[in-house]
Write a protein that binds this ligand. Structure first.
Ligand code: ASP
Ligand code: MG
Length: 420
């Protein structure tokens, strides 16, 4: 008997029929003897529709009220699912995030979970019930309702799994797992069987939408195995686990696990920035204080005492970021500020990269051979990312997927480094 947290995304509970399918699967899991906590997202496009509605009544909806509104989407799902569960003979009880004690900071719209109390969930499990929890929400230290950012139900699920020391966290979605590339862009993409937390973390950070970034951080920090799978086919999906997990045994670390694309960022450039200490600090402090996540940063070498600084931020944050940057540019007597929405970030991710030199060089060569210009570059020990024109995204991702032998079903392996 295990304790399993199952999370069902929006498409998994999009209509009454899908909801009843989910209820049947929960019932089967329960009848197999497992204890269950279920986390649900809002039905289908419910969150998008609520957002639209808000913008129809207000030019600039207050973030507190936006959170009050958006959290209703998950409340609808949780109560309906409990009703469907009662019909199949399962005793289930629904809870909001605040009822189960998901305590967050006070940043509306992208709150961070600080603590999960979980008392009521534990009590429900103790009574043999299935606890159904509304995803994507919590209550702040100031006792306000908060949301965890788009896709935040994944984080609710993993945070609960960590707090309850669940055996695994199953994330049900509309794809059958994590792929070597977005199958809509690369039809020859393959489903990945097992991934390490660090790889999934880099993939989520690079723009893969399969799991919310914060949920993977939580999973890694608390060692919660995640199983990403489909509620349409119910087949075995992708496991995301620690590198010492059973499932990693006898697995070769692939040099490249996947190619990830991201067209959700924009590039902001500040021209003619005076080249002296403190300028970058002031710029990025101002953005951090506005809770804007800066991703890539490039600073040119200075000519005649000034330099250009470019960085990327989520497109959704450009409207907030630009005035902040423009103000600061004025203060430090820099030149103009402009933004560019037509960029795409493409990343290669793989844990085996650490010990295989030449990955970046090969990536750049493949892009050059395909006439794709590189505008920015950043790397980690297991990732190489480039920014290119968004018009080149599809061609670049396909070429890289092929060049790194991800199409064929065999993992790319670079020549081994010389050993002395
Ligand atoms: N319903 C929220 C969203 O659409 C949270 C989630 O689906 O995870 O972003
Ligand atoms: Mg989702």
């Amino acid at each position: 008997m295990a304790l399993i947290v199952q999370k069902y995304g929006g498409t998994s509970v999009a209509d009454p029929e899908r909801m009843r399918n989910v209820a049947r699967h929960v019932a089967e899991t329960r009848k197999a003897g497992h204890h269950l906590v279920v986390v649900v997202s809002a039905m289908g496009k419910a969150t998008d529709n609520l957002l639209q509605l808000a913008h129809q009544v207000s030019q600039n909806p207050p973030s507190r009220e936006m959170d009050m509104l958006l959290t209703t989407g998950e409340r609808i799902s949780m109560s309906l699912l409990c009703m469907a569960l009662h019909d199949v003979g399962i005793d289930a009880v629904s809870f909001t995030g605040s009822q189960v004690g998901i305590i967050t900071d006070t940043v509306h719209g992208k709150a961070k979970i600080l603590e999960v109390k979980g008392d009521r969930v534990r009590a429900a499990i103790g009574e043999g019930k299935v606890a159904v929890v509304a995803g994507f929400q919590g209550i702040s230290t100031a006792k306000e309702i908060t949301t965890l950012g788009r896709g935040g139900s994944d984080t609710t699920a993993v945070a609960l799994a960590a707090a309850l020391q669940a055996d695994s966290c199953e994330i049900y979605t509309d794809v059958t797992g994590v792929f070597t590339a977005d199958p809509r862009v690369v039809p020859q993409a393959r489903k990945i069987g097992v991934l390490q937390f660090d790889e999934m973390l880099e993939m989520a950070g690079a723009g893969s939408k399969v799991l919310a970034l914060r949920s993977v951080e939580f999973a890694r920090n608390h060692d919660v195995p995640i199983h990403v799978r489909s509620s349409f086919t119910w087949e075995e999906g992708t496991w995301v686990v620690g590198r010492h997990h059973e499932r990693m045994k006898n697995m070769e670390e692939p040099v490249i696990s996947g190619v990830v694309q991201d067209a959700s960022e924009a590039k902001i450039t500040v021209h003619s920035v005076p080249d002296r200490p403190g300028v970058s600090a002031a710029l990025f402090e101002a953005l951090a204080n506005a809770n804007i996540n800066v991703d890539m940063i490039v600073q040119n070498t200075s000519t005649a005492g000034t330099t250009d600084i470019s960085f990327t931020v989520p497109k959704a944050d450009v409207a907030t970021a630009e005035p902040i940057v423009a103000n600061l540019a004025k203060e430090i007597a820099a030149g103009g500020v402009n933004h560019d929405n037509d960029i795409a970030k493409i990343s290669l991710v793989g844990a085996g990269m650490k010990t295989s030199p030449g990955i970046a060089a090969k990536m750049f060569r493949v892009l050059a051979d395909n006439d794709v210009n590189i505008e920015m570059i950043s790397t980690s020990t297991i990732r190489v990312s480039v920014v290119v024109r968004s018009a080149n995204m599809q061609k670049a991702v396909q070429a890289l997927h092929t060049a790194f032998n991800l199409d064929s079903g065999t993992d790319y392996s670079a020549p081994l480094p010389e050993r002395k």
